[in-house]
Design a protein around this ligand. Structure first.
Ligand SMILES: NC(=O)c1ccc[n+]([C@@H]2O[C@H](COP(=O)([O-])OP(=O)(O)OC[C@H]3O[C@@H](n4cnc5c(N)ncnc54)[C@H](O)[C@@H]3O)[C@@H](O)[C@H]2O)c1
Length: 308
């Protein structure tokens, strides 16, 4: 049987993700949305690009979940995106309802799938998916850290005029204003940026990373999708190709980093066995304090959730 990925939400992030998955021939894709004709039309349009682009993946769009059965990975991008002036938290109530509904439809038909959550506010939506699905923590993963660190890597590469491929960056914590970029673990060809850039430059890169989402929202009047879909595709690929990549993802912590029963962005090993390991790195007191503050912000949101 061919590998199958369902992407729920055929908007900006979902449709672009479906395109990336198909073009990389990672899996066949089922695209689901509530808007009539849109997932069907976008899927057909992408399918018709296949002969030119040369990929052999099938894409089907639907307004229901019939075709999603036995998916290997399901990505939830359904929900409202941010508008200017809105924080990710403003989306909480509406998206909670949407993500809970989507998750229950998905788990009925794909009880063994891996759920990747993209909808915001990210860490809280991961918790909704975890509670509704009843899945173990290995199979509910949030996308945020790969995107946040991709942004940081882009800014490092721009600043130092080096290939993005030489850059590495780590961003921990919740996906929000309290995220914790870690310059100490961010490097160019293995050299920590703390040895390559002044404190001021690093500070401005860190601030731009923290505000990376808002910078795009202010320009586009909606949230980003090219980098978010690329980041999600990297996670899907790591799982389906069993790459055992270490990537920063939102994971449900059970005591790691002194944090319990919360989704927080940390480095994890992603492979065929899903989250194969949560990687703990030694943090300085300052980094620990920043992570604890970020975890507190996530906890506050969890307490507001209606899904029990
Ligand atoms: N985690 C991240 O880093 C990150 C990055 C970018 C966007 N996001 C979030 O991802 C979500 C999607 O963003 P977008 O830009 O693609 O938005 P979008 O508005 O372009 O697409 C969202 C789609 O979800 C659909 N939808 C709504 N309710 C649904 C339901 N019950 N079932 C199926 N589909 C439903 C809508 O019809 C729409 O097509 C937002 O919540 C956004 O904030 C997260």
């Amino acid at each position: 049987m061919k590998t199958k990925v369902t992407v729920v939400g055929s908007g900006n992030v979902g449709a672009t993700l479906a395109q990336r998955i198909a073009e990389k021939e990672l899996a066949d894709v089922v695209l689901v949305d509530i808007i009539e004709g849109v997932p069907q039309g976008k899927s057909l349009d992408m399918l018709e690009a296949a002969p030119v682009e040369g990929f052999d993946a099938k894409l089907i769009g639907s307004n229901n979940y019939e075709k999603t059965g036995s998916s290997d990975v399901v990505v939830i991008t359904a929900g409202l995106p941010r508008k200017p002036g809105m924080s990710r938290d403003d989306l909480l109530w509406k998206n909670e309802e949407i993500v809970a509904g989507v998750t229950s439809e998905i788990v009925k038909r794909s009880p063994h799938c891996i759920l990747i959550v993209v909808s915001n506010p990210l860490d809280a939506m991961c918790e909704v998916a975890r509670r509704v699905s009843g899945f173990p923590r290995e199979r509910v993963i949030g996308m945020a850290g790969v995107l946040d660190s991709a942004r940081m890597r882009s800014f490092i590469a721009l600043e130092l005029e080096v290939s993005v491929e030489n850059t590495h960056a780590f961003v921990l914590g919740g996906h929000g204003d309290t995220m914790v970029p870690l310059p100490r673990f961010s490097s160019v060809a293995g050299i920590p940026i703390t040895e390559l850039l002044s404190k001021e430059k690093i500070h401005s890169i860190v601030e731009r990373t923290r505000n990376g989402g808002a910078e795009i929202v202010n320009l586009l009047k909606t949230s980003a999708w090219y980098a978010p879909s690329a980041a999600t595709a990297e996670m899907v690929e790591a799982i389906l190709r069993d790459k055992k990549k270490i990537l920063p993802c939102a994971a449900y912590l059970t005591g790691e980093y002194g944090i319990k029963d919360l989704f927080v962005g940390v480095p994890v090993k992603l492979g065929a066995k899903r989250i194969e390991k949560v990687i703990e790195i030694a943090l300085t007191d300052d980094e620990k304090a920043q992570l604890a503050k970020s975890a507190d912000a996530v906890r506050e949101l969890f307490e507001k959730l209606k899904t029990k």
